[in-house]
Design a binder for this molecule. Structure first.
Ligand code: ZN
Length: 74
C-alpha cells in the first residue's frame, strides 16, 4: 500500500497517510482538523533508496540494471 505525504495548508503540519485504495485520502489534518491538505511529492522513492543501499555509485550495487547505467538507486 502506498504511503502519501500531505501537509496542512492551515497549520503546516506534515504527515504520512496510508492509502488503502487508490482514491483514499485524508479528510482532515490530524493536528488542527483543517480540511485543506496539500499532497506532497511521495517520499516512497527516497525510502526505497535508503533501504536498498544509500550510496550506490554506478555499477556498485546488485541491482541487475545497475551495471548498465539504469540503477534505480543511483
Ligand atoms: Zn493542520
Amino acid at each position: 500500500m502506498p504511503i502519501f505525504e500531505y501537509s496542512c495548508e492551515k497549520c503546516g503540519h506534515e504527515f504520512d497517510f496510508l492509502a488503502r485504495t487508490h482514491a483514499d485520502k485524508p479528510q482532515k489534518c490530524p493536528e488542527c482538523g483543517g480540511a485543506k491538505l496539500a499532497k506532497q511529492l511521495s517520499s516512497f522513492a527516497a525510502t526505497v533508496k535508503e533501504s536498498g543501499g544509500a550510496s550506490c555509485s554506478l555499477g556498485s550495487c546488485s541491482t541487475p540494471t545497475c551495471a548498465s547505467g539504469g540503477c534505480p538507486f543511483g
